[in-house]
Design a protein around this ligand. Structure first.
Ligand code: AMP
Length: 301
């Protein structure tokens, strides 16, 4: 069975949305990505937390078959904390505060078993750390990379450099425009392809996503929801599920990548139905299959 290697933030999030608030809830890009991927394949997680990270979260991640040998626990350090809201726009997080804590001196160190992973998800974290993680993987077969507006603003060159080493870049529409200075989304996606990734996925929140693969294009609708409670982690769940699906099916053909994208979209639709990882953690294979079929019917003509 193929494993998915995931590096990224493991966090405690404080979030405000029109539906309410949560404080210091389980979050982080690698957390959402790992839980989503673990629906389909075993996961090796690379990240860092402080001794303040609640033990029940560790137990929960382990119970999902997520290998935590690569999760450093720094005694005396504080877990990364992110505070944000989605009051103005449910598709765009406004960051209020970022407390780096143990992130500041984090150096990813892959346990031996992780170095053989073929499926690698470089989730949101400093792009230099994404690159240093990838350096340690012996023979990556399919590498997906995510980023965020912060890194595009303060470390654009490093983002472009790491994109040059990956198979697929996944960005939301705003990030794609910001990275390329190109207002037209299709031109932005083409410009990102020029940076190296064979596949570029542009996420458009409730409006679904667009895949560019060479000259081919594929549009995947989002699973329609009447209520979004907390959009946090939608992008990470999308990418994590996509990678888990590719690893499980052991098939990186374009036809299968399309199915992986719809799977990612369906898993992300569950994530946003409750705060933090609550709804994602309760998602079943039956529900994934049901929503997958609904999306198929929704877009067939
Ligand atoms: P998204 O899928 O884009 O909604 O990702 C949300 C997650 O990103 C939250 O759980 C945050 O903890 C995490 N996050 C926010 N800011 C950063 C950052 N600067 N570096 C890494 N992760 C972050």
């Amino acid at each position: 069975m193929n494993e998915v290697l995931i590096v990224g933030s493991v966090a405690l999030d404080s979030i405000e949305t029109p539906a309410g608030t949560v404080d210091n809830a389980l979050g982080g890009a690698a957390t959402y990505g790992s839980i989503a991927a673990s629906l389909f394949a075993p996961v090796h997680l690379v990240g860092v937390v402080g001794a303040d990270f609640p033990a029940p979260h560790i137990e929960f991640l382990k119970s999902r078959g997520i290998d935590l040998a690569g999760l450093q626990i720094v005694q005396g350090g504080a877990t990364f904390r992110w505070k944000g809201d989605y009051i103005e726009d449910l598709n765009v997080a406004q960051t209020h505060e970022t407390q780096l804590g143990v992130f500041e001196h984090f150096e990813p160190m892959l346990p031996e078993a992780y170095k053989q992973a073929e499926f690698v998800f470089l989730a949101n974290i400093n792009p230099e750390l994404q690159a240093r993680t990838l350096d340690q993987v012996a023979r990556p077969r399919f590498v997906l990379c995510d980023t965020m507006n912060l890194w595009i603003n303060i470390a654009r060159e490093a983002v472009v450099k790491v994109f040059g080493r990956v198979d697929m870049a996944v960005l939301n529409d705003g990030e794609a425009r910001m990275l390329t200075q190109e207002p037209n989304l299709l031109r932005a996606a083409r410009a990102i392809q020029q940076m190296g990734p064979r596949y570029v996925v542009i996420k458009k929140g409730e409006h679904g996503s667009l895949l560019l693969a060479g000259d081919e294009m594929f549009a995947a609708p989002a699973y329609p929801l009447q209520e979004v409670v907390d959009p946090t982690g939608a992008g990470d769940s999308f990418a994590g599920a996509l990678m888990g699906y590719l690893a499980q099916t052991n098939d990186v053909s374009l036809a299968n990548i399309k199915r992986a994208i719809v799977t990612g979209s369906v898993v992300a639709s569950s994530t946003v139905q409750d705060f933090s990882t609550k709804s994602l953690a309760a998602l079943t294979h039956q529900e994934v299959a049901r929503r997958f079929e609904q999306v198929r019917r929704l877009s067939a003509f």
